[in-house]
Design a binder for this molecule. Structure first.
Ligand code: MSP
Length: 647
């Protein structure tokens, strides 16, 4: 059997639900996978989640659940979404899967044995608040920011990968394989990075627990990228290696185009054929991020249909470039191209076939356009159909669905003009007396039928359900996306053929109503608390200077333990960026010590120390309260760093 076309997406972190960025990558992979199946290839499409590391460990601790339980929750969001979107991956791989752990450990051991991984000590500056080793240069930048990043000299035992050894082999490989990274301008960035010199790479940590242990050295866990990248190896079906196409966002290209091939060279494995880096969906000019509150979730767009969202992604984004998302642009695109463009053309054409020929298309014009009865405009459409089929397929083969859909929609527009020019309704009136009009009407209806038939095939990888509806409306049976359907040239259509009931392909979006609903939702007053709380009276007014004497800072709880014999007190170590402090909080009625670890809090940092139950507390955490017993800790946004001033 021939090697399957093996395509992968990055595996997604489990610290957030999927947004349209993740959805886009997976849709792109699915569209490419479907296209290759229609080209007659066997396809293996892999996606999944990246679940280890400190962030997940901490987020889980803050909620008092295990990291695996947290991952399970987020994974369910992904798998349900992919099901709803009819994704055709053969496996959803999780880095917590047992077979993956075995592969990672075995490969680690292999490289340890061959000397490409060696034990060493990492000595350098460590930023306590960023939880990362930093270079001299980064340290200077952090200090210049003046945010009180506490930097300490730290020595940690670590396993290193001999990345430096692969600098030359990588450059040679790049030179010999111009298709290895796409687009070209990204490949150039990668080359420049490697030419700048590669240092060995630390690939284990002793400070993290949530990860795959280093074989025979349990105090180390394997650092996430070695673990994460190897998912592509674990998930490869028998006989599928190497990957034909690996999709990544531009932000993770370096890991895939430098570290990953170096790992594979060290393992003696063949390298992927192409790494394709796509750009980002932006909001305005901004990155989408949870803390900015500008993240678009797929559920809000899916109410207009799965195929509509897939179409929008493929039509509007040029692979490789960034693109701004706007809800208005989204609706305009769908109304123009799906409701007016394709939907309208299909509805009109099928209705005319029903009306003028009782739903039967009796023959097809000679594809060469040589036989009599064809005028220049008919011949143009025949030629245009052929070039559209060839070009759309060629673009798709280059993963350029933006280009592919553009040429298909050019054809749709020219068919609209062709209808206006031929005016079938005029021909229909004349055809009883005029055999030429009768013949011309036959040709017009046949050409429209033929075009729609071909378009339904061409759009099937992008819009599988809509293409199938159109296919059936045209009276065709079986699957429009049958394997191999794209393999030959323009398909032959058997006639006579009876068209089916025209089903609407896409319901026009009422843009005004949708925009109004969005604006109303954004400006809706927050509902007043229904029963007024029994709140204490306001304290006397103070002036700003009095308030400004209070130094409030962002802190992060590093350790927390109950104070023996106290029902309320918890003793914590809190990182303030510039120092760590012991702080006691009367919050045990609302929080367990485990769920406090990792949490970011607001600290009154210049409060005089005070001893409670024999322990000195150096500050206080801000909490809201209902005046009864339960405290609600005030939480700064996730990306605020310890030491930030609160004012
Ligand atoms: N876990 C790593 C990948 C490991 S692969 C061995 C990771 N995960 S991620 O969840 O943060 O990102 C996954 C992918 O989503 C990346 O390719 C990233 O580029 C992509 N996107 C995240 N935000 C995006 C947009 N706004 N737009 C398009 N893609 C974006 O990185």
């Amino acid at each position: 059997m021939s090697k399957p076309f093996y395509i992968t997406t990055p595996i997604y972190y489990v610290n957030d639900r999927p947004h349209i960025g993740h959805t886009y990558t997976t849709v792109l992979a699915d569209v490419i996978a479907r296209f290759h199946r229609m080209m007659g290839e066997d396809v293996a499409f892999l996606t999944g989640t990246d679940e280890h590391g400190q962030k997940v460990e901490k987020a889980a601790a803050a909620r008092g659940i295990t990291p695996k339980a947290l991952a399970d929750e987020v994974v369910a969001n992904y798998t349900e979404l992919w099901k709803q979107m009819d994704m055709t991956h053969f496996r959803f791989i999780r880095t917590t899967d047992e077979d993956h752990r075995k592969v990672v450990q075995a490969r680690f051991q292999q490289l340890l044995d061959s000397g490409d991984i060696y034990k060493s000590t990492y000595k350098g500056l460590y930023s306590v608040s960023d939880e990362a080793f930093v270079t001299e240069m980064q340290a200077k930048e952090l200090q210049a920011q003046g945010l009180g990043h506490q930097l300490v000299e730290l020595e940690e035992e670590t396993y290193n990968f001999r990345l430096s050894k692969y600098e030359q082999p990588l450059l040679e490989y790049f030179a010999a394989h111009p298709e290895f990274v796409q687009p070209d301008f990204r490949f150039n960035e990668v080359k420049r990075f490697v030419e700048g010199g590669l240092q060995d790479l630390s690939i284990s940590r002793t400070s993290i627990n949530w990860g795959i242990p280093v074989p025979v050295d349990g105090k180390h866990v394997i650092y996430v990228w070695f673990d994460a990248l190897l998912n592509y190896l674990t998930g490869a079906p028998e006989g599928a290696w190497p990957p034909d196409l690996q999709l990544v966002g531009k932000d993770i290209l370096r890991f895939h185009a430098v570290y990953w091939p170096a790992f594979l060279m060290a393992m003696g494995l063949e390298l992927p054929k192409t790494i394709l880096a796509h750009g980002w969906w932006l909001m305005g000019d901004d990155k989408m991020s949870k803390s900015k509150g500008n993240v678009v979730r797929p559920d809000t767009l899916l109410k207009f249909g799965n195929d509509a969202l897939r179409f929008y992604f493929m039509r509007d984004m040029q692979v490789g470039h960034d693109r701004s998302f706007s809800f208005e642009g989204f609706m305009d695109r769908l109304n123009a191209d799906l409701a007016n463009g394709l939907g309208n053309l299909a509805a009109r054409s099928i209705a005319m076939i029903q009306k003028y020929r009782e739903g039967v298309v009796s023959g097809m014009p000679d594809p060469a356009g040589e036989a009599g009865g064809l005028d220049e405009s008919d011949k143009k459409i025949i030629a245009w159909q052929k070039s559209t089929f060839d070009n759309a397929r060629a673009f798709a083969a280059e993963n350029n669905f933006h280009g592919s859909l553009s040429v298909i929609w050019d054809l749709i527009r020219s068919l609209d003009s062709y209808i206006v020019e031929a005016s079938p309704w005029v021909l229909a009136k004349r055809e009883r007396e005029d055999p030429q009009a009768h013949e011309k009407l036959d040709v017009v209806l046949q050409l429209l039928y033929q075009s729609l038939h071909n378009i339904s095939i061409l759009v099937a990888p992008v819009m599988p359900a809509m293409a199938q509806t159109l296919w059936e409306s045209l009276g065709q049976t079986g699957r429009v996306d049958e394997p191999g359907r794209f393999a030959g040239g323009l398909p032959r259509i058997k006639t006579p053929v009876q068209v089916g009931e025209p089903k609407p392909l896409f319901i026009r979006i009422d843009k005004e109503a949708e925009m109004k609903a969005i604006e109303e939702a954004a400006s809706a007053p927050i509902e007043a608390v229904s029963t007024p709380l029994d709140v204490p009276e306001l304290r006397p007014i103070i002036d700003y200077d009095t308030f400004a004497q209070t130094d409030l800072r962002v802190g992060q709880i590093l350790t927390a333990e109950a104070v023996p014999k106290s029902k309320k007190l918890i003793k914590m170590t809190v990182d303030l960026g510039f120092e760590q402090r012991t702080i006691l909080g009367g919050i045990a009625t609302g929080y367990s010590p485990e769920e406090l670890i990792g949490r970011k809090v607001v600290v009154v940092a210049n409060l005089a120390p005070r001893a409670l139950m024999g322990i000195e507390s150096h500050g206080m955490l801000l909490a809201a309260s209902d005046n009864a017993s339960k405290p609600y800790l005030i939480a700064p946004p996730e990306d605020a760093k310890p030491g930030f001033i609160v004012k």
